[in-house]
Write a protein that binds this ligand. Structure first.
Ligand code: DGY
Length: 320
């Protein structure tokens, strides 16, 4: 009998077709609605492969419901939605989609940095709401990007790709990372510093770390208090790295100047989240990797990982 793969979100037909040659495929067929938990728990019961999104929490309960599961393929580079330790104990391979989304996520990070610094959303709303009556000297003035110092926290693939963009804009670049990256330092001119120094000296802080319990609330009240009053925080990694209550206080009390947020502690973010009411916050709904080409590549790689891991040949991007 053919092995069964369950896919937790509607994927393009071409991608599903490739898997259909070797496996029996079942799929949650909605694009804009995440699979309900009870359906997921039921569907994994007889599946050997699971292709999931970052919206699904694959924890002990799911793994216990899936006695036949061999491979979990996450359609994301981050995999903090999966209990990898528990999966490993059970001999289940976990895969992700590194590399294919690096440049697209770096583009969005830089776009968000610029939109926040130059108040693009606020300026657009100002015009559309009919408030634009005249040009005036200090109207909607923001922060310069060229010549400013960018502090990148987390200098992996995406952090380095952001540094390349920043170098092109004439920024000075500092970074904090667990290990130093001499080759990337040479390529981008970025300099390694301790976290507190990066926070103190930067005009922009870009968070680009993978999320784990070790970096939960890495940026909290103390860290925000080290930042310049004119500084801008940009988070395109995971919401849980920044303590949102502390960030709200820092923005409200003007201890930092603005924030650009693509990610939130709880997603989708509650529209009543106080951060969304602040004028100095630019918010996006987790769209870092959302270009058509990149999302297709992510889906293809997720399918390929699952296929190769199940058939036992070819390249597999395993995280465990
Ligand atoms: C990821 O891949 O982890 C992003 O957050 C979504 O593309």
């Amino acid at each position: 009998m053919r092995e069964k793969i369950y896919i937790t979100r509607k994927l393009p037909a071409g991608i599903v077709k490739k898997l259909e040659g070797n496996f029996y495929i079942d799929m949650w067929d909605q694009e804009e609605k995440a699979i309900p938990r009870d359906v997921l728990l039921d569907k994994v019961k007889d599946s050997q492969g699971l292709l999931c999104m970052l919206t699904e929490t694959i924890d002990q309960e799911v793994l216990e419901s899936a006695p036949n599961l061999k491979v979990i393929s996450n359609m994301a580079v981050g995999y903090n939605n999966i209990d990898v330790e528990e999966a490993t104990k059970r001999g289940i391979a976990v895969t992700n989609t590194p590399g294919v989304l690096t440049e697209t996520t770096a583009d969005l990070t830089f776009a968000l940095l610029m939109a926040t610094a130059r108040r693009l959303v606020e300026a657009s709303d100002y015009l559309r709401e009919g408030q634009w009556k005249t040009w005036s000297p200090m109207q909607l003035t923001g922060m310069d990007i060229h010549g400013a110092t960018l502090g990148i926290i987390g200098f992996g693939r995406i952090g380095q790709a952001v540094a390349k963009r920043a170098a092109g804009f004439g920024m000075n670049i500092l970074y904090y990372n667990r290990s130093r990256k001499p080759e990337a330092e040479r390529q981008t001119g970025a300099q390694f510093s301790e976290l507190d120094d990066v926070l103190r000296e930067s005009d922009f802080i870009s968070i680009l770390l993978p999320y784990s319990s070790e970096v939960h609330h890495l940026i909290s009240a103390k860290e925000l208090s080290l930042m310049k009053k004119t500084a801008i925080l940009v988070n395109t990694a995971r919401g849980g790295i920044v303590n949102e209550d502390a960030l709200y206080d820092a923005l409200k009390n003007e201890n930092i100047w603005a924030a650009g947020l693509d990610v939130f502690e709880k997603e989708p973010v509650n529209p009543n989240n106080p951060l969304l009411k602040l004028p100095n916050v630019v918010t996006l709904p987790h769209i870092g990797s959302a270009s058509i080409a990149t999302r297709m590549k992510m889906a293809e790689l997720a399918a390929e990982n699952l296929h190769n891991a199940l058939v036992g040949s070819g390249d597999v991007k395993r995280v465990n």
